[in-house]
Design a protein around this ligand. Structure first.
Ligand SMILES: NC(=O)c1ccc[n+]([C@@H]2O[C@H](COP(=O)([O-])OP(=O)(O)OC[C@H]3O[C@@H](n4cnc5c(N)ncnc54)[C@H](OP(=O)(O)O)[C@@H]3O)[C@@H](O)[C@H]2O)c1
Length: 210
């Protein structure tokens, strides 16, 4: 798939690298594609990855990963131009300024706001309940970490399921996009456990069934 990775930080850098290694065509979308940081990421990523502006990356791709801070998300999406029909993966958690809670949740999730800012795109919430460290390696002694995703477009969800499988996750369909109201607080629980609970970022959720 042709994937635009918007944001070249922990998450964008990690997922971009891994998708490129898995055979996908990755275009990083950065505020400063020529910066030393981004050029280093391109060199590490290899596999023909390049960096351009966020709008250029989005226009040239079928799938768009939003991996910017929540505070910049709306401006980023609105600067992309027409992205009708494209699959938008939203991994963003709407954290407050102190990272101690969420700014949205009960009546609307960040994912639903993202969908309202890009009404003709096909938004899927995914990758928000796993750390960048786990994105780099989701294998826990042979057990794949669970990757919850939700959205309203079945074909888009199928593509995200494939992208998660390609990285070694166990993808789990968590229902319609409004269920991001559950996935975003789950990420808050993860942050609490990892940071305050002492579990660290080499920790992941695993769903079990019998
Ligand atoms: N870190 C995690 O473990 C984790 C896990 C799950 C979900 N998330 C979510 O993923 C998103 C990205 O997290 P991250 O840890 O990758 O963040 P990060 O390391 O700070 O990277 C964010 C990237 O967004 C871009 N950006 C665009 N506008 C920005 C602005 N105004 N200020 C700062 N950066 C801006 C930057 O790339 P350019 O300089 O190239 O533009 C920056 O490198 C967040 O919304 C977070 O909630 C994070």
């Amino acid at each position: 798939m042709k994937i635009a990775v918007l944001g070249t930080g922990n998450v964008g850098g990690t997922l971009g690298k891994r998708w490129a290694q898995a055979g996908h065509q990755v275009l990083f979308g950065s505020r400063d594609p020529a910066s030393e940081k981004v050029q280093k990421l391109i060199a590490e990523t290899g596999h023909g990855a390049r960096a351009v502006s966020p709008a250029e990356a989005a226009q040239a791709s079928d799938v768009i990963l939003l991996s910017t801070p929540w505070t910049h998300c709306e401006a980023c999406i609105k600067g992309l131009g027409n992205i009708a029909g494209k699959v938008v993966i939203d991994c963003i958690n709407p954290l407050n300024e102190t990272f101690s809670g969420l700014t949205h949740g009960f009546s609307v999730s960040a994912a639903e706001l993202v969908a309202s800012w890009a009404p003709e795109a096909r938004v899927v919430k995914a990758f928000n309940t796993v750390s960048a460290r786990v994105m780099a390696d989701p294998n826990f002694d042979g057990q794949p970490a669970t990757l919850f995703f939700c959205g309203d477009d079945d074909d888009a969800k199928q593509m995200v399921r494939q992208l998660a499988s390609d990285l070694g996750f166990e993808p789990v369909d968590a229902g319609p996009l409004a269920n991001a109201r559950y996935l975003e607080p789950l990420a808050m629980l993860y942050i609490h456990l990892a940071v305050r609970g002492g579990w660290g970022s080499n920790t992941a959720f695993k769903i079990m069934k019998r």
